[in-house]
Design a protein around this ligand. Sequence first.
Ligand code: NDP
Length: 287
Amino acid sequence: NKTELTLLGLGDMGTALARAWLAAGHPLTVWNRTASRAEPLAAEGAKIAGTAADAVAAGELVVVCLLDDASVGEALAGVDLTGKDLVNLTTGTPAQARARAEWAEERGARFLDGGIMAVPPMIGAPESGGYVFYSGSRALFDAHHGALAVPAGTMYVGEDPGFAALHDVALLSAMTGMFAGISHAFALIRKEDIAPAGLAPLLVNWLTAMAPYAYGTAGHLESGDYTKGVVSNLAMMVEGNSTLLRTAEEQGVSAELLTPFTALMERRLADGHGDEGTTGVIDLLVR
Ligand code: NDP
């Protein structure tokens, strides 16, 4: 007796989710604004609803995976959500998730927000390590864990409906910094006789080796002692930064991806914290 599922949104991600649930034998009703995107799924066993309201009426567990929060509001405007369990896998901000939770509860639904840490090919492929952060109604999460765990792993991060989005964005923000660093590294060798394909594995190994830096930072924040276990002190690193910036100049590469962070390190050093690592930068960021 598998849960009657409804899925609104058949973009790249929604379609991958639909296929994972169909493959696992879940009864599934789907709806997409552009109806033609639903057709291929009918052959795979999905029921196609003509309207979002019909789709919602057909399912006990209603999952939405649309472009953004505004499209969720548009798709569900005027739809009866009474007694439904609504799971929002649309990427948004923590404040949007909290407002959407209130909106859903006012309409008589339990609400769970999700942040997908996977790209579509990782959906329905447990070995890929993809997972979804969930926050909001614990009762909904527990009641439907079996169905929710089909497309990807699950990680419940709290009753606050904004926490899934916050965890999602924290990881994506860290990734953005990593992408910036990778971009700068390739820019440095761009005009030289160095093969990008040769630099790539070196970057991967180095970034992997450095990633546990996050544990040290967490230790500093939790103890309040930002000097604990520091093996590369801020005074030394700021000195090293001048080598990074001069090399960029020598290579004819803009340092604009580096300077926001190096400037913060300099400010923290100027405040007299040369024996710390970079944890103090966090205090400069938090307003
Ligand atoms: P797509 O651009 O492929 O699909 C967008 C979907 O939203 C389509 O079904 C589209 O319908 C629908 N849509 C857009 N605007 C509206 C509207 N006003 N009313 C109704 N439906 C609307 O995006 P994805 O499927 O890739 O992404 C969906 C969500 O999943 C996003 O929030 C994204 O951030 C998140 N996500 C995606 C990942 C990815 O790698 N793809 C990774 C992690 C999260 P139509 O077909 O009619 O245009």
